[in-house]
Design a protein around this ligand. Sequence first.
Ligand code: NAD
Length: 478
Amino acid sequence: MTTYDAKLGLYIAGEWLSGGGRDTQGVRDPATGAVQAALPLASAADLDLALEATQRGFVQWRATAPEARASLLVKTAQLLRERADHIARIATLEQGKVLAEAKGELAFAANLLEFHAGEAVRIYGRVLPRAPGSRSLVLHQPVGPVAAFCAWNFPIMNVVRKIAPALAAGCSIIIKPSEETAGSAVEVLRCFQDAGLPGDVAQCVFGEPDMVSRQLLASPITRKLSFTGSVPVGKHLMKLAADTMMATTMELGGHGPVLVFDDCDLDKTLDLLVAHKFRNAGQVCVAPTRFHVQEGVYDRFAAGFAERTKALKVGDGMAPESQMGPMANPRRPEAIGALVDDARAHGARVLAGGDSFARDGGFFFSPTVLADVSLDARAMNEEPFGPIALLRPFTTVEEAIEQANRLPFGLAAYCFTENGRRQNLLGDAIEAGMIGINSVRLSAPDSPFGGVKDSGHGSEDGPEGVAAHLVTKTVHMV
Ligand code: NAD
């Protein structure tokens, strides 16, 4: 039997803290529901210590040469890779995704660290020549201590995606990862620590989310909020951030439209989409969600999607044969079940799945395909964040674009067509931060990742992710 061997604690001022009468929260295995470890939660006094440390850490790290910041990121990537099996196992045991996905996530996180090492030494300024002997300088400097909050769906990568650009830019950071996937975050922090990151530069805390975010965002020490999570929580945190006018990066939810045209390569499209839809049991912000399929291919698309979906092997993420694991927590199957019931009540046809099922106490939901889903169904309007594919037919390209832009979300969108003119038209017209055309790959270390409209603002990754941690200063010299 594989055991969960994360050593959980708060990481503040270079010390791992636990016990001491702190409240604790159980970390569960989503495949069984069993509590496998107790996570210590930060008190208000712990958060004050973290804020004092991050202030010291910022003074130290902003004065650290970019080359030294870069080597630290490279060394951390190396440690992450060396510990890949151990950390990926912890991620699966606390989040539920299949082990192969956890390993892929870790490899991506290591690549991100190396990319940011390169960016750390490429933070340039500008010289504006004036009259002879005088000039103005445009400088880009670290914004200050960052408070970051991230969700449980990519427990390794989400943490790296917050810390790497902050450190590359010369900022210190306090991160509050999800309590439900604390072990992965703790192991990432150990890699930074063992790579030689000074203790005050990155703090990792867990706690009651509302209490932690209110305290960290009310402090004048914090100069930037970086959040990955749902739209309602994101809007709430931005209101808190407004009081001190801090900078914000908001990576919020989506409702990915997929436009499938009659001329697509149908089998290839279905193979790509079914695998992508059920990755991490659909708990992905860029998941393809509502499939708008042109009339000529709608029936074949629906039949092919259902057939492939029924063939998926669902089970414990640690079992090598599993292709989809449980959902991350008991809230998710309940929420998805309610959305499926509501879609049915609005006339949707269930082509595959449709039910949660208890297996060894785990939080499972069947991979589900619903056809002819009404636009009035809740699932067509709220982010489902689960393993349900929603299918509807359309006729014209104008109608497809109208559907893609119908909701306030604007994170990911996908289009499948072999027509080059149409590809360009769709790329221009769809309101989304990222668009895949005949592709489901939206994330790469050098590519800005982020949304528009209610899905947030400010990119992560790419040079833009580091730029979001910099402020601009102009120095005029006569
Ligand atoms: P939730 O909204 O309760 O929590 C989502 C995340 O936000 C958790 O990590 C939680 O710790 C954090 N959070 C909640 N309240 C907070 C607060 N006041 N201050 C700081 N952090 C806070 O929902 P859930 O049931 O855990 O997840 C389901 C929802 O979360 C979905 O609807 C989905 O939109 C969203 N989600 C989005 C992403 C993403 O990548 N965009 C990832 C995971 C979850």
